[in-house]
Design a protein around this ligand. Structure first.
Ligand code: GMT
Length: 379
C-alpha cells in the first residue's frame, strides 16, 4: 500500500513510534511517505520504499504565528494527489488530525476521492494539551472525523472516552519495540568510562518536562547513592534540565550524574544500565521503559496511566504511587543489593518486552490498513 505518515519528527515517543512503524512497513514492501517539518530523528536508514516530504512554513512579517497547520494540510494534499496515497496515518492528534481532516475535504472536493485517515492517539494530545478548552472542540471533532482511531494503551483509550465525546470505536494497538535492536551486549569500554569501579548504573530518558517528574528521578538516585556506589545517566533534554542539574548539586550527587543529551543510540546506553527510572505523573504507555526492558533493564516507575500495562510489579520491575520517592528508592536499593534477583528480573523484563516485539504489533496496523484497500489483493 502507499501510506502517508504524519508525526512529530523530534525525540518524543510518538515520533519515534511513527518512524519505527514507517521503517517496518517499508521493509515489508509498502511505500511510506513521511510528512513532517523536519527529518524524523529515527529516520536514519536508506530504503527505496521511504519518501520524505518536508513541510515548509513560509514566514511573513504579518505572521506572529506562522500557520503550520495550513502548510501541513497543503503538503498532505500535494502528497496524496501526486503519490496516489491509499491512506494517511497521523500520529498525535494536535494538529495532525485536524490538518488531515482539512486535506481530506480538499482532496474530496477536487477529485471526489475519500482518502481514509487513521488517527493514533499517543498521550498528552489527550491527557494534557487536548483537554485544554482552547483546543478541545477541534480535537474532538477531528478525532471523530477520522476513519479509524487507535490508542497506544487501554488506559489511553479509557482516558479518551472519559474526557471527550467520542462517537466511534477506539482500537488499542500498543506501542512496540524492535527487541533485536535493544538486546545488545554491553560495550565494556563505555561501561568502564561511566562506572569505572563497577558501580550500578541507573538511567532516565525523556524530554525533561514537568510531567516526567525528573526531580523525583534525582531524589531517588540521591537515596540510592547513600546506600551503595551508583551512577545516573540522564538522557534527553528539555525545560527542567537546569533545575534538575541544580538539584543534583544541592543533593550532593552531581559528580555521579551524567547528562548525556539527546541520544539516538539508546541501545548502547541501555545495554550498560541496570535500572530505568520513570516516576512520571502520567504516561499513556512509556515507550522508553519498554525499550529499557528489551535491553534487559528493569524498570522502577510510577503506577500511573498505562505503565501497569507494561511494567509488572515484582516481575519486570517495581511500581509505586506518583511522588513516592521513598518507595521507589527502597525498591532500587533492595534489588541492587540482590544480584541474583536482579538478574532474574532483568530476564523477566526482557521476556515481557518480547510480547511487544515489532513483529507482533506491526501486522495489527497492516490489518487495520487492509480495511481501506482500494483493490484486491491488498498490497
Ligand atoms: O511524553 C513524551 O515523552 C512524548 C509523547 C509524545 O507523544 O511524543 O509521549 C507520549 O507518547 C508515547 C508514544 O506513544 C508514550 O510512550 C508516552 O507514554 C506518551 N507520554 C505521555 O503520556 C506523557
Amino acid at each position: 500500500m502507499r501510506i502517508g505518515i504524519v508525526c512529530y519528527p523530534t525525540f518524543g515517543g510518538s515520533g519515534v513510534l511513527a518512524t519505527e512503524l514507517g521503517k517496518a512497513l517499508a521493509d515489508k514492501g509498502h511505500q511510506v511517505h513521511f510528512i513532517t517539518y523536519q527529518q524524523p530523528v529515527r529516520l536514519n536508514v536508506f530504503n527505496t520504499n521511504i519518501f520524505y516530504h518536508e513541510v515548509r512554513v513560509p514566514t511573513y512579517p504579518l505572521f506572529d504565528y506562522p500557520p503550520y497547520e495550513v502548510a501541513l494540510a497543503s503538503t498532505m494534499v500535494d502528497v496524496i494527489s501526486n503519490h496516489d496515497l491509499d491512506l494517511l496515518h497521523v500520529h498525535y492528534a494536535i494538529p495532525h488530525a485536524s490538518a488531515a481532516y482539512m486535506a481530506k475535504q480538499i482532496v474530496k472536493h477536487k477529485t471526489g476521492r475519500n482518502i481514509p485517515v487513521i488517527t493514533t492517539l499517543h498521550g498528552t494530545d489527550i491527557t494534557l494539551v487536548g483537554r485544554d478548552k482552547t483546543y478541545e472542540p477541534v480535537v474532538t471533532f477531528s478525532i471523530n472525523e477520522s476513519d479509524a482511531i487507535t490508542a497506544v494503551s487501554e488506559n489511553l483509550r479509557e482516558e479518551t472516552l472519559k474526557n471527550f465525546h467520542i462517537t466511534k470505536d477506539i482500537e488499542v494497538i500498543t506501542n512496540f519495540v524492535d527487541v533485536s535492536r535493544f538486546n545488545k551486549k554491553p560495550f565494556d569500554a563505555f561501561k568502564k568510562v561511566i562506572a569505572p569501579n563497577g558501580e550500578s548504573i541507573l538511567v532516565h530518558a525523556s524530554n525533561f518536562r514537568k510531567v516526567k517528574r525528573v526531580d523525583d528521578v534525582m531524589k531517588i538516585f540521591a537515596e540510592v547513592r547513600k546506600e551503595l556506589p551508583a551512577k545516573l545517566l540522564m538522557v534527553g533534554d528539555g525545560p527542567e534540565r537546569h533545575a534538575i542539574e541544580e538539584l543534583a548539586r544541592t543533593l550532593g550527587v552531581i559528580d555521579d550524574v551524567r547528562f548525556v543529551g539527546k541520544q539516538e543510540q539508546m541501545e548502547e546506553i541501555m545495554a550498560v544500565s541496570d535500572i530505568f527510572l520513570l516516576p512520571s505523573e502520567y504516561e499513556s504507555f512509556g515507550l522508553s521503559a519498554l525499550e529499557a526492558m528489551a535491553a534487559k533493564v528493569i524498570v522502577i516507575s510510577s503506577n500511573s496511566g498505562g505503565l501497569p500495562e507494561i511494567n509488572i510489579h515484582g516481575k519486570t520491575g517495581f511500581m509505586a504511587n506518583v511522588g513516592d520517592v521513598k518507595a521507589m528508592s527502597n525498591y532500587a536499593i533492595t534489588i541492587l543489593k540482590d544480584e541474583k534477583l536482579l538478574q532474574q528480573m532483568k530476564q523477566q523484563a526482557y521476556e515481557q518486552a518480547l510480547l511487544f516485539d515489532i513483529s507482533n504489533i506491526v501486522p495489527r496496523y497492516e490489518k487495520l490498513y487492509s480495511r481501506f484497500c482500494r483493490m484486491e489483493p491488498c498490497v
